[in-house]
Design a protein around this ligand. Sequence first.
Ligand code: URA
Length: 207
Amino acid sequence: MGISPKDELAQLAEEAARCVRCPLYRDATQVVFGEGPAGAKIMMIGEQPGDQEDRAGRPFVGAAGRVLDQALNEAGLQRSAIYITNAVKHFKHEVRGKRRLHKHPNRYEIGQCRWWLEREFAAIDPVFIVALGAIAASVLMGRPITLANARGRLLRWRDGRAGFATIHPSAVLRMPDDLSRARAFESLSKDLRRALSLAKSLTSGSG
Ligand code: URA
């Protein structure tokens, strides 16, 4: 008998904790592997862990994670039913004084980390994959894409799986004032509601 998806994920997370496939492990506290049920039908992909995720060892637990949780709530999606992970699993940053500032991963780092993402896909076999932000969407599409083109509609990722792209929750936090923050938040939760409805239409009847 083969290994169960749950055990496979646990084994993967253990292996990933020792990952040296790119240099990012050197300055990160720990690997931040995906989190959620092995039987999840919906998977969500961010870019990479931030400062707080790096310390906690869990994805989306910092400020962007709180925005995501709130938007998921408003959209009627339960975080506990979704598998959430990142395209890159170590925190890339530069130290400025006492702060650790996020830096975008480069193509090499993304390519090396894809190895783990592919294994998460294989273990979970999600029906629907939501990309949070253009970097995750480009990783899933296998080529650079912009949210202006891809956002808000049913997509087919490079591997043929169905999906959806929306803004990264940190885009809400970067808005310059309350009004634009509220609008960006509304658009994120509206997108997630739409993603849920598309995912439901694809998963109904699939058990
Ligand atoms: N941003 C991400 O893309 N992922 C996280 O886990 C946290 C912040």
